[in-house]
Write a protein that binds this ligand. Structure first.
Ligand code: ADE
Length: 222
């Protein structure tokens, strides 16, 4: 899959997407990632990418010209354009899974007070928010979206099944996990996990997943 990120702050994306599993996904070719500075498409002499809002108000708004120029330069025949903003639809595991089947995704990161609405209306296929809070910069949200999609691409996680029982994929949160030592400061790992009885372990995990979901995310059960 190809993903292009358009941002005024490419360095915010580079480090987190250049480590660990994201690094390996690019090395194997599963993910072809481009991180671009929107300012490279600004044409005026100061390479301005933002301006004051019409109608007044605080802050600056990202100008449409550099965003349109960048997307038009990068887009391919089969690509989706998503704008990241707190006004978008909330990003979910289901959305990550759907997007992981795309051939090419272009992510436009908002900054300052937002992006000129003509980008949303006439260029974007989707508006995505990563949650009900406001970040200083959409580049941080882009890292979250790219990571969640990339780990679902074929071959990216060591074990093909390891994404299958993630929290949310099953509809429930994952059961608690433990590792050695079996006794840490007197807090013991549940006996069933040491029993070697796979059926009992699976039943325990189901029960724990349900209990944890009821406690932390009752909305997922309703
Ligand atoms: N930019 C600022 N806050 C954001 C959010 N919650 N999701 C996506 N982009 C954002």
């Amino acid at each position: 899959m190809r993903i292009d990120i358009l941002t005024l702050f490419p360095e915010i994306c580079r480090a987190p997407l250049g480590e660990s599993i994201m690094k390996r996904a690019q090395a194997t070719g599963a993910l072809k990632l481009g991180i671009h500075n929107l300012r490279d498409w600004a044409t005026d002499k100061h390479r301005m990418a933002d301006d004051a809002p019409f109608g007044g108000g605080q802050g600056m708004v990202m100008k449409p010209e550099p965003v349109f120029a960048a997307v038009e330069a990068l887009k391919t025949g089969n690509c989706l354009v998503a704008v990241l903003t707190p006004q978008g639809k909330t990003f979910t595991q289901k959305m990550a899974a759907d997007l992981s089947h795309s051939v090419h995704l272009i992510i436009v990161c908002g900054h300052y007070e937002g992006i000129d609405h003509r980008v949303t209306e006439h260029l974007a296929d989707a508006e995505i928010s990563i949650g009900d809070y406001v970040l200083t910069n959409g580049a941080i949200a882009a890292v979250v979206v790219v990571d969640a999609i990339t780990r679902l691409l074929p071959g990216v996680l060591g074990h093909e099944l390891s994404a299958a029982d993630d929290s949310f994929s099953t509809g429930l949160l994952e059961a608690p996990q433990y590792t050695r030592p079996a006794d840490f400061r007197g807090w013991k790992v549940p006996d069933v996990l040491l029993s070697g009885n796979h059926a009992e372990i699976a039943a325990w995990r189901n029960e724990q997943a349900l209990k944890r979901t009821r406690q932390n995310r009752p909305d997922l059960i309703e």
